[in-house]
Design a protein around this ligand. Structure first.
Ligand code: 0A1
Ligand code: ZN
Length: 881
């Protein structure tokens, strides 16, 4: 395990590597305990580098056997093992040379799941960010691009399938039950995109013809017998390939594209060149095992990894500080893909909910960092919502600023100018500026300044002069290492909605630049006058959640209700309704804490019911409209001195009032949302199911009875319709007979399908209340849990810590103590999973005093442990700082 070194890496320290590696030839002699890796590098000293400079290679848990240069074994005194790699001295000064390193690794003992490891008997690799150094000694940094040839030797029986990046150029028999395959990838790539898979797997095959006529073989490898469950992933892949051609003019560039599904994986999936490796959760689906949400995730992640072929692989990152260059951009691309495949406004609502639930709290807490961080101790801890999701929002703002054509021109120039290179954010931004002439000088602060900007708004309507005035004040909260912030360029889509629902068209706007429907805030405070407005308008601000900011705007409930009913853009309708509900919920929490009875503004319930009834809106949208902000959203809005029990009680009370008020209408609507015939995962059918479930939740609360959920559970013929009532029973009627029976039935039916059992674990782990912790402990003792499988850990412990505010934040601190125990227990096997689990403590300072004290004690106990991975050390130190 890489334990803490205390080294901080800084963006400002970047230097090109002294040596250039043109080619990498690898031979793997696979064996679970003792895999021999022979790596031959074709190396040149970079012009200008001193002929005495040593060649420094990274290495982690690799056993060195020998090193030779141009066939000659190197002298012992020229080979220094440094603890984190090799330092080779006395190498040729000018001429290119060939460096051969023989070493050994033990895939079977690799529990970190970084480097070469085994998952259910299959050899697989994960090299991003710094896993290649766990396979062989190498300058393991993304700006060292080389052409790879990989020879794999293995037992034919246990590993009939031998895969690596690129095209297979040779196969053969080695006798004694062993065989080999050689793969060549003609595209120069960084080491983090290397991949190898060897094992016995089934395959689903298809093909794709690119726009220019290249025939591409498509293969998805899964456990034998599960091939049919890869059909939706295959369909998503083909749609992604077509979409990238049509939308961005990007074609695939090899003759084969492979995806391998494995059951032990630290993240979602990995974009290795031509050989994506996936967490099987994001490949396998059929109506019996996958929910609508699973289908949507598969589609999005298949697309994401495929899109990396251009944004990440053909153009990669110069260094890991530039991670958002590939991730933010690729998330933006997968968001656009899903929006085109499904409903754009509904997709946008889901994105914004996710951004606010994950990125906003990160940006407001001790782990806040810029979209492009300027320092890190452990890069694995920077695969964050900020780099991915906020990174995507920043790209979306560039598209807003430049318009569709300008954005496409900038992207075309980026692909053209940097193909085959390792680029930076500066390179990326320069393409948009050069292609359009747009000045992104102030805008680039979005990459370097952490914290969610706040825009405070106040408005005045003067009927006499027909002038509407809006005043804006922007600020960015202090974040770790950044006390003072500069003024940002914030683009805001807006509209002035008139009493009849139409849009005002002011005769003049002064005080801010306005382009089309975008208002540009570029100063700390700005007063904008809209003249010639025919009647008092309601300001609709940040349409489409154009900028990822917090808006402080005391809009009257009647104005929010007006927008919720009349906005032309459905996303903005949802946004207004959500803001209105949030207002009511925050007031309800204050009442609850003061010991009063929670009452609900009847106009909120009416607006929600009217939206639910609005036949012009698609069911998926109406489902979103009915979903109140979650407990964590409310906590974030309140900001400090959080009592999760009060939030829970107040929210439940509001939900119940809405359910009772709307009961008759909801019951009628629920009957119209049938999806007859065989299950189909399409967005329209999924939307109906989501709406029906939202209605059923309100109705069950209104009836104070699990009867509807029991009935729905019994009638379900697909996983979506089965898991929704299961959750309803487990969370709303946990003591009922039906809840226990449903959990037992579910377990009985799916006990041999771990991916489905994860849903069963999560449903129980997220049941509100103090008693759940004991349930989680009990489940950990049961047959379905294993600390060594990341999906199980996330489904049980992760779901408990991140998705159960009342249970995890128990007033006695037992939830925090439990998490600390688990982080320490898991850290020894898998530091990445342990560190990620620990990030669930990031908002501890906003809790009320008693809970805060317990949280601190748990964190301090972790910090005091004698042996921590660098991953956990980094998170615990920053969380406590
Ligand atoms: N690049 C992948 C995510 C990924 C990152 C790190 C990993 O191991 C530490 C694995 C996957 C993506 O964006 O999909
Ligand atoms: Zn990615």
């Amino acid at each position: 395990m890489r334990t803490e070194t205390g080294t901080t890496f800084q963006l400002s320290d970047y230097r090109e590597s002294d040596f250039i590696v043109d080619a990498v030839d690898l031979t793997f002699r696979l064996d679970p305990e003792r895999t021999e890796v022979v790596s031959t590098l074709t190396v040149r000293r970079r012009p200008g580098v001193s002929p005495d400079a040593p060649f420094v290679l990274d290495g982690d848990e690799v056993e060195l056997k020998s090193v030779s240069v141009d066939g000659q074994t190197m002298a012992e005194e020229d080979v220094a093992e440094t603890g984190n790699g090799l330092r080779l001295s006395n190498l040729p000064g000018q001429a290119a040379f060939s460096l051969t390193i023989t070493s050994e690794i033990a895939p079977e003992r690799n529990t970190q799941l970084m480097g070469l490891y085994r998952s259910s008997g299959v050899y697989t690799t994960q090299c991003e960010a710094e896993g290649f150094r766990r396979i062989t000694f190498f300058p393991d940094r993304p700006d060292v691009l080389a052409v790879y040839t990989t020879r794999i030797e293995a037992d034919r029986e246990s590993a009939p399938l031998l895969l690596a990046n690129g095209n297979c150029i040779e196969t053969g028999d080695l006798g004694e039950g062993r065989h080999y395959a050689v793969w060549h990838d003609p595209h120069p790539k960084p080491s983090y995109l290397f991949a190898l898979v060897a094992g016995d797997l089934g395959v689903l095959e298809d093909d794709f013809t690119t726009a220019s006529g290249r025939e591409v073989a498509l293969k998805i490898y899964v456990e034998h017998g599960k091939e049919a469950r890869a059909a939706y992933a295959m369909d998503s892949l083909k749609r992604s390939m077509r979409w990238d051609e049509e939308r961005f003019g990007r074609e695939y560039d090899l003759d084969i594209f492979m995806i391998v599904a494995v059951s032990d994986f630290n993240m979602g999936a990995m974009e290795n060149k031509g050989l994506n490796v996936f967490n099987d959760k994001y490949v396998l689906a059929d109506p019996e095992i996958a929910t609508d949400a699973d289908y949507a995730n598969i589609e999005a992640i298949i697309a994401h990894e495929y899109f990396h072929n251009w944004t990440g692989n053909r153009i990669t990152c110069r260094d890991w500080f530039q991670l958002c260059l590939k991730e933010g951009l690729t998330v933006y691309r997968d968001h656009e893909f899903s929006a085109d495949q499904r409903s754009r406004p509904v997709k946008r609502i889901a994105e914004v909910r996710l951004l606010k639930a994950h990125q906003f709290p990160e940006d407001a807490g001790p782990l806040a960092h810029p979209v492009r961080p300027d320092r890190y101790r452990e890069i694995s801890n920077f695969y964050t919502a900020t780099v991915y999701e906020k990174g995507s929002e920043v790209v979306r703002m560039i598209a807003t600023l430049l318009g569709e054509d300008g954005f496409r021109k900038g992207m075309d120039l980026y692909f053209d100018r940097h193909d085959g290179e390792a680029a930076t954010i500066e390179d990326f931004l320069a393409c948009f500026e050069d292609a359009t002439g747009f000045d992104l000088g102030q805008f680039r602060l979005w990459y370097d300044q952490a914290g969610t900007p706040v825009v405070s708004v106040s408005t005045v309507w003067d009927p006499g002069s027909r002038r509407f005035t809006a005043s804006f004040e922007q600020s960015v909260p202090a974040t770790p290492g950044q006390a003072k912030k500069d003024v940002m360029h914030i683009p805001l889509r807006f509209g002035l909605v008139l009493p009849d629902g139409s849009e005002a068209e002011p005769t003049s706007v002064t005080g801010a630049r306005v382009t089309d429907d975008v208002l540009h805030l570029t100063q700390r405070s700005q007063t904008v006058q809209f003249d010639g407005v025919s009647a008092r308008p309601v300001l609709s601000l940040n349409r489409g959640f154009c900028a990822p900011i917090n808006v402080h705007f005391e809009q009257a409930p009647a104005d929010l209700a007006h927008l919720a009913r009349h906005e032309s853009d459905p996303f903005a309708r949802w946004q207004a309704l959500n803001a209105y509900a949030m207002r009511v919920l925050v007031e309800a929490v204050a009442k609850e804490r003061a010991g009063g009875t929670v009452d609900v503004d009847p106009a909120l319930a009416e607006t929600m019911i009217a939206t639910a009834e609005d036949e012009t809106l698609e069911p998926a949208f109406r489902a979103q409209a009915l979903a109140l902000p979650g407990e964590n959203d409310i906590a974030r809005e309140i900001g400090n001195d959080i009592d999760p029990d009060a939030i829970f009680a107040a929210r439940r009370a509001v939900q119940t009032v809405i359910g009772k008020t709307g009961a008759e209408i909801f019951a009628r609507l629920a009957d119209t949302m049938e999806t007859p015939g065989a299950y189909s995962p399409d967005a329209a059918s999924a939307g109906k199911r989501a709406f029906r479930h939202a209605l059923m939740t309100y109705l069950s609360l209104a009836d104070a009875s699990p009867a509807r959920a029991n009935e729905a559970f019994a009638a379900a013929d697909n996983m979506t319709d089965l898991s929704q009532p299961l959750l309803l029973l487990a969370h709303f009627f946990p003591e009922s007979e039906g809840a226990n029976a449903a959990l037992a039935t579910f377990e009985e039916r799916f006990h041999d399908t771990p991916l489905v059992i994860d849903k069963w674990l999560s449903a129980q782990a997220t049941a509100p209340g103090a008693a759940t912790l004991e349930r989680v402990r009990m489940l950990m003792e049961g047959e379905h849990f294993s600390r060594s499988n990341p999906n199980r850990v996330r489904a049980l412990i992760g779901a408990f810590a991140a998705g159960n505010p009342t249970g995890f934040n128990r007033a006695d601190g037992a939830g925090f103590a439990f998490l600390a125990d688990e982080v320490l227990a898991i850290d020894g096997r898998n530091p990445q999973v342990a560190a990620r689990l620990l990030t669930t403590m990031r908002s501890w300072r906003s809790l009320e005093e008693g809970r805060r004290r317990h949280a601190r004690a748990a964190l301090e106990r972790i910090a005091a442990a004698d042996k921590l991975s660098s991953d956990v050390r980094d998170i615990v130190d920053r969380t406590l700082a």
